[in-house]
Design a protein around this ligand. Sequence first.
Ligand code: TNX
Length: 537
Amino acid sequence: MRRSRLFCSLLLVAATGLSTAGAQSAAADRGSPSARHAKPIALDQVIPAPASVKPGKDPYTIGGRTQIRVPGASGEVRRVAGYLADLLRPSTGYPLPVTGKDGRDGIVLRLGGKDTKALGAEGYRLTSTRHAVTITAARPAGLFHGVQTLRQLLPPSVEKRSKQHSPWKVAGGTISDTPRYGYRGGMIDVSRHFFTVDQLKRYIDQLALYKYNKLHLHLTDDQGWRLQINSWPRLASYGGSTQVGGGPGGYYTKAQYREILRYAASRYMEVIPEIDTPGHTQAALASYAKLNCNNIAPPIYTGVEVGFSSLCVPKKVTYEFLDDVFREVAALTPGPYLHIGGDEAHSTSHADYVTFMNKVQPLVTKYKKKVIGWHQLTAVTPAKGAAVQYWGYDKTPAKEREQVAAAARKGAGLILSPADRSYLDMKYTKDTKLGKAWAGYVEVQRSYDWDPATYLKGAPQKSIMGVEAPIWTETLSTNQHLDYMTFPRMPGIAELGWSPRSTHDWNTYKHRLASQAPRWEAMGFDYYRSPQVPWRK
Ligand code: TNX
């Protein structure tokens, strides 16, 4: 009897993640004297590292009478204030009313005003004094990013959804912060394994914590077509009916896709839909016999090989099909980009690939969208305004790299997602049970320690749009799987995209990263306990 009780309480501790929470946060949870006197988190401990930090004197303390002020604010600023209130109310237990009344105390979200121009579309300034924490920005996205910073300045237990007894102090001083790059993307492969709308919302929230602003959805591949297309209904109903391993798969109705977009937009994240072509198309080929050169529909695929399928390049119907798909996807998607894939088309001849891409890019621009393609797209001239996504790794031949750099010199934008740095599905070490290893093992330091500005030799600075962290899901099917591969690498890619190069330093970063763990635990996120990171026991 005794033994089983002990066992139960041990289980409980493990389930709440308290066993590995930082000593400081555990003390904070209990409201112990040491917690009450605990120093607030220093302003420069945030991930991604802020562009500029000036420490001040007294901290601000959120209390039972704190109000969230949005003086004279638009609906959008009120929404950001509401989002902040929803974050803070459960753990603080305070009412934190949102008010339009101006005042010098409380938490103040202020849009526009003098000196905000330089903050740009996404920057913010956070000033903390004894009386108030004020977040100022030129645009609502900046306020949202400022709120993420404020979150990280409060004790980790702020992330719990029940009342905690921490002193809710924010260190005094000023942060002025703007991103290094405008493109900071996360990609999730919903084809190999299907993830529900709620799972995507959870992933969006994880990305938003670290100021990502793009969500690239890999919607189609050999193993599943995941978006309803009215003019070709079997794509989703049949092509979406399974996944790797033969499970039931699934797809998003148009209403569900809009719901994902709406949720992403509420986190200031733009959705980039990908329809992968001409390879990675078995789900489409299986759904419609006429898309195949031999008019025979192959079986739907549930394995994990790549490079065996191709749309039929000579057939007219191929382009009618893509015209229909792009028209419907473009109509659903407010963002400027449509990703057309183009990777690993190993069963399309080079000549066919060139013919295909030259015909298909205009189908995207026709619907007023800009093209993004994986870097193989540089085998042709990318359309005007197009971006190419580099996913090479240390073994990528120099000739291939140079082809991409040359396209960038001619005006193509460049998104960097080197597989041996930013691929979240790569194993950390040989012992990692999940993931793949074709680009090598990617431990946390390797993932963090590179510079987007110099990574691709010969690419001009102005071509570099930013970075992306893709998570491919051949081996990943649950939230726990995603968490384990995402954390702790995803925050590092965020920092490469946001923070000035001058802040880049593994030896200080690894400590900042370690202090994120109690937050992940408070939110119920699993993570890989990398021996490279000095986690607090
Ligand atoms: C390469 S990266 C792929 C994907 C796989 C991934 C697995 C890219 C554009 N294509 O089809 O899922 O590797 O790591």
